[in-house]
Design a protein around this ligand. Sequence first.
Ligand SMILES: Cc1ncc(COP(=O)(O)O)c(C=O)c1O
Length: 450
Amino acid sequence: MTRLLHRAIHGTPPVAVGGKGMELFDAAGKAYIDASGGAAVSCLGHGHPDVIAALHRQVDKLAYAHTGFFTSEAAEELAELLIADAPAGLSHVYLVSGGSEAVESALKMARQYFVEKGQPQRRHIIARRQSYHGNTLGALAAGGNELRRAQFKPLLIETHHIDPCYAYRLQRADESDEAYAERMARQLEDKIVELGADRVIAFIAETIVGATAGAVPPVADYLKRIRAICDRYGILLILDEVMCGAGRTGTFYACEQDGVVPDLVTLAKGLGGGYQPLGAVLLSQQIFDAFANGSGFFQHGHTYMGHPMAAAAGLAVQRVIRRDNLLANVVAMGTELEHRLLERLGNHHHVGDIRGRGLFRGVEMVADRSTKRPFDPTLKLNARIKAEAMARGLIVYPMGGTIDGRLGDHVLLAPPFIADRSDIGRIVERLGAAIDAAIASIPASSRADG
Ligand SMILES: Cc1ncc(COP(=O)(O)O)c(C=O)c1O
């Protein structure tokens, strides 16, 4: 009996009672390697003593002061740290309590920017299919996952979607990476022209698509082309790095590796590492100046924005990452993870693609490798893999609807940045066994090799 409305009503999840390093423990005493950091959150693992000590110090000093009256040392210091590491041009930080709030804030900042500049006719947001930007109504409207949107459609603001840069499914066999990147980016230009360039506010995309498509990175110079198109038509580029940012790919901002600076970038998840609910929007000097020289304030706000405890958690997490040079470990262990995945699953009958960057990797499952045919979605392969992994003491983040919101299955891996080689070995070993067991539980007639 539970009084909680759980994510799934039928079936009660195990009770988590503790965590240390790479592992979580349930009330029955079972240990799980947290190979996805929940949903790419726990970048420092669990129970990190330095973060816990920082939170104790903060709560002893100040738990909460409303940002309508005060700022706090922790929030100011976190903003300094984020801007010190940010790509040139990003100048200010807006602190919120999670990813959806960050996306909502970024969308509203983009709209208000044009109102401040005397262009109130701008109203269109362009995004990509198969993206996920959060579950609040604005973020859900921007997101491109049909399954998540379907029943709420009557409540969603109008948005427009182009294809994602999803090479495994959408790149033609005879097409070079450059030609594919050009073709995908051109969709943005066509959409802007169709809507009228002076009516578009922004294009929003995940630098690397996370939850709904499984760690899909951009191809060749796709993002540079996107940046150039936004500049040509005077629209803002919002990169959603709620999942892929904060070091997950080996650089603090994933877009650094693509040589692109957005006008707005969202962060959450790994920013606070799960020690407190925390999200952020970084905005460019140009946007800040438009607000400063215009109405003088951003018409938005939440009771818990800039929360001192959340800021203290983010600050502590980020200081540990820098002190312990953990992004170098993300790069090294990311390569190790890629190699181990290729070794164990690269020739697997039912693995179509292994992709990603750093400690952010996706494995796309297929019924038939030669045709890339997905499994029948009613088989719920992703749920079977999750259950088999948990039975083996492994947390991974499998999801269905990879291709179009309905078809396709993938597994997302996002282990903590503290992982070492033996952790990576154990993760891949357990994942391989879980995948094999999940496939074996499916009737042979539904598999190409059956
Ligand atoms: C890219 C991206 N944006 C936004 C969100 C929403 O974040 P939250 O669940 O913290 O509201 C998520 C969550 O998975 C995400 O992956």
